[in-house]
Design a protein around this ligand. Structure first.
Ligand SMILES: Cc1cc2nc3c(=O)[nH]c(=O)nc-3n(C[C@H](O)[C@H](O)[C@H](O)COP(=O)(O)OP(=O)(O)OC[C@H]3O[C@@H](n4cnc5c(N)ncnc54)[C@H](O)[C@@H]3O)c2cc1C
Length: 277
């Protein structure tokens, strides 16, 4: 099937992109790496919109050291997130995540901003940035605003972004001395979306646990986190299975995903404590 497009415009800078989006009055889509959007257009899940191509805006690309945080430009490709020394040193969870995202061709074009703006509940980056406590930087016609990641994901493929806004960057707090960041997931085949996945971040201030593919959006598993903070691993597993609401689909039942959630938490804790089973 051929894609249905309502026009194409290549933005020359960020302000131009915002002007184009605003003029389209809700009938435009930002085009970044195109790995999800073009597939959706080919399937006619997205039709008739003006495509505002931001892919050449170099100011939205790359990783910078900002003191207590690193700032990752929204157009930084998955492959560049994985290979970046600042990411590997200060947010290794993101570099580890790239290894299990899709295939090389998709990782070479897909961008971290695209993955977050899309808010696919089966994607790795949304769950990772929530576990890391990121801040998202957004630009629109009213200027720049920042959104705490806890407020960014609003449901199935839904975020806080307004139609004329562009996600410009993501700030991640640098890992503390001794901090551990772990991603565990189960997939049928290498490169597939995970049947279920779990991020665990252990800091001095406590644990942060998020999951992917077990609900409409990534959420902090607060009951399980509190149990882990108390050192009660068995209690954390019970709590995690109780607080998620996984779907049943052709790939896995809700019951299986709930079971896997507990298994993944145990594996993640073992990995963090070095007691790998
Ligand atoms: C076969 C296949 C397998 C995949 N497997 C995985 C996987 O295992 N794990 C995983 O996490 N992902 C997977 N993906 C998704 C992939 O990682 C995408 O690249 C990513 O989700 C979207 O990034 P993009 O830059 O290509 O965004 P695009 O496709 O260009 O855009 C996606 C959406 O985000 C919006 N958008 C993009 N950038 C911005 C921005 N800066 N500001 C505002 N809105 C924006 C677009 O308008 C669009 O709605 C897979 C994709 C395919 C096609």
């Amino acid at each position: 099937m051929k894609a249905s497009v309502g026009g194409y415009a290549r933005a020359t800078d960020l302000q131009h992109a915002i002007t184009l989006l605003e003029a389209a009055d809700g009938m435009a889509r930002v085009l970044a790496g195109g790995q999800s959007l073009v597939a959706a257009m080919n399937m006619r899940l997205s039709t008739g919109d003006l495509l505002v191509d931001i892919s050449r805006l170099s100011e939205l690309r790359g990783v910078t050291d900002e003191g207590d945080t690193i700032r990752i430009g929204a157009l930084t490709r998955h492959v560049d997130v994985e290979g970046n020394a600042l990411v590997r040193d200060h947010a290794p969870l993101l570099a580890d995540a790239v290894k299990v995202i899709a295939h090389a061709a998709i990782r070479n074009r897909g961008t971290i901003g695209g993955a977050l703006a899309l808010a696919d509940p089966a994607a790795e980056f949304p769950a990772c940035v929530l576990a890391l406590g990121a801040t998202l930087h957004v630009m629109g016609s009213d200027g720049e605003r920042t959104i705490a990641v806890e407020d960014f994901f609003q449901g199935l493929f839904e975020t806080e972004l307004e139609p004329e806004e562009i996600l410009t960057a993501i700030s991640i707090p640098k890992a503390e001395m001794g901090e551990r960041q772990v991603l565990q997931e189960v997939t049928r085949r290498s490169g597939d979306y995970a049947l279920a996945g779990l991020c665990l971040v252990k800091r001095q201030g406590g644990h942060r646990v998020t999951m992917l593919s077990v609900g409409e959006q990534p959420e902090l598993a607060t009951d399980a986190m509190a149990k882990l903070d108390d050192g009660d691993i068995e209690g954390a597993i019970v709590s995690l299975r109780a607080e998620i609401d996984p779907p049943s689909d052709t790939k896995a039942s809700a019951k299986y995903r709930r079971h896997i959630a507990g298994v993944l938490l145990r594996r993640a804790v073992d990995q963090v404590t070095g007691d790998a089973r």
